[in-house]
Design a binder for this molecule. Structure first.
Ligand SMILES: NC(=O)c1ccc[n+]([C@@H]2O[C@H](COP(=O)([O-])OP(=O)(O)OC[C@H]3O[C@@H](n4cnc5c(N)ncnc54)[C@H](OP(=O)(O)O)[C@@H]3O)[C@@H](O)[C@H]2O)c1
Length: 268
């Protein structure tokens, strides 16, 4: 059974704790919830999903997996105590946004580091998580991390850590783009005279159905577009407006700006 310590049991830490238990990656007896916030500690204790401790707890030394789920700005203060606590052969899995493997490895004086970038739907086990690792990790250790992360949705391993900046821009921030587009669809529906709740149902179900079509993989995206947009029809009127207003290019530019910002915010 995996012994797991989750350092920082806020929103994300708790999602991971519940996901690991749900898929029996660990058990409540082998799960340490390392949390400093008093109010949060009380709430976690009442859930009875693991032992609630602080970072000086001796039990961390027994863990083969240590998950870093504190805010990046809290990591430096935490590192000296954690460095003493973790055992040399454990795998440290960080989900801290923008915090590079080399920085974590240097602060913890530890070789086996994995850095992952999840997104919001992990809370529904429908997340998308990309991850990269420090060079010394064995295939077995990478598979172990893969098994952990896939309890929250799909995962993909990247050889090049720097690609996590593009991942942050695409799947990390991605849910917000879809919410934004959905909001635009609903606003348009309302402007055309639909009740807001009707526009919302139409937009949601359209997004869900379209996703499942794409996922079936029967056609390319261009073929799907062509199958909805007949010559001189309504869809073509909308798509040509998108083209005229430069929506495609704006989306590409927006994501490139998000990637640039991810690089600027990186903690090296
Ligand atoms: N939320 C997302 O969608 C998302 C997506 C991708 C990545 N991430 C990353 O996930 C990490 C966690 O995000 P979150 O939204 O879960 O943050 P959060 O809710 O603030 O959780 C972090 C928890 O760690 C606690 N903490 C801080 N220092 C600690 C220490 N020394 N020992 C033990 N616990 C400590 C915090 O307590 P206090 O509140 O008292 O400080 C807080 O309860 C961040 O690094 C973020 O970049 C989040």
């Amino acid at each position: 059974m995996n012994h797991i310590a989750i350092i920082g049991c806020g929103n994300m830490g708790l999602i991971y704790a519940n996901s690991f238990l749900k898929y029996k990656i660990t058990s409540t007896e082998h799960l340490l919830l390392v949390e400093k916030n008093e109010e949060r500690r009380k709430m976690l204790s009442e859930l009875h999903i693991g032992k609630v401790v602080t970072v000086d707890d001796a039990g961390i030394a027994a863990c083969n997996i240590v998950i870093l789920a504190v805010k990046p700005q809290d990591f430096r203060a935490l590192a000296p105590s954690l460095k003493q606590a973790i055992r040399k052969d454990s795998v440290v899995l960080s989900i801290m946004a923008g915090t590079e493997i080399a920085f974590i490895a240097a602060e913890l004086e530890h070789d086996h580091i994995v850095r992952a970038m999840p997104n919001l739907p992990v809370s529904l086990s429908m997340g998308m998580t990309a991850f990269a690792s420090s060079p010394g990790l064995s295939h077995e250790q990478i598979m172990l991390v893969e098994n952990l992360l896939s309890t929250t949705g799909r995962t993909i391993y990247l050889k090049d850590e720097q690609q996590l900046n593009a991942v942050t821009a695409l799947s990390g921030s991605g849910p917000a783009y879809f919410f934004y587009f959905m909001k635009s669809l609903i606003d348009a529906g309302v402007q055309m005279g639909l009740d807001e709740h009707v526009a919302a149902i139409l937009a949601r179900q359209t997004m869900l159905g379209s996703f499942h079509l794409i996922n079936s993989g029967e056609k390319t995206l261009d073929e799907y577009i062509a199958s909805v947009a007949s010559k001189g029809g309504t869809t073509e009127a909308a798509l040509s407006t998108f083209e005229k207003k430069g929506v495609h290019d704006a989306v590409v530019e927006a994501l490139c700006n998000a990637e640039k910002r991810a690089k600027e915010l990186s903690i090296k």
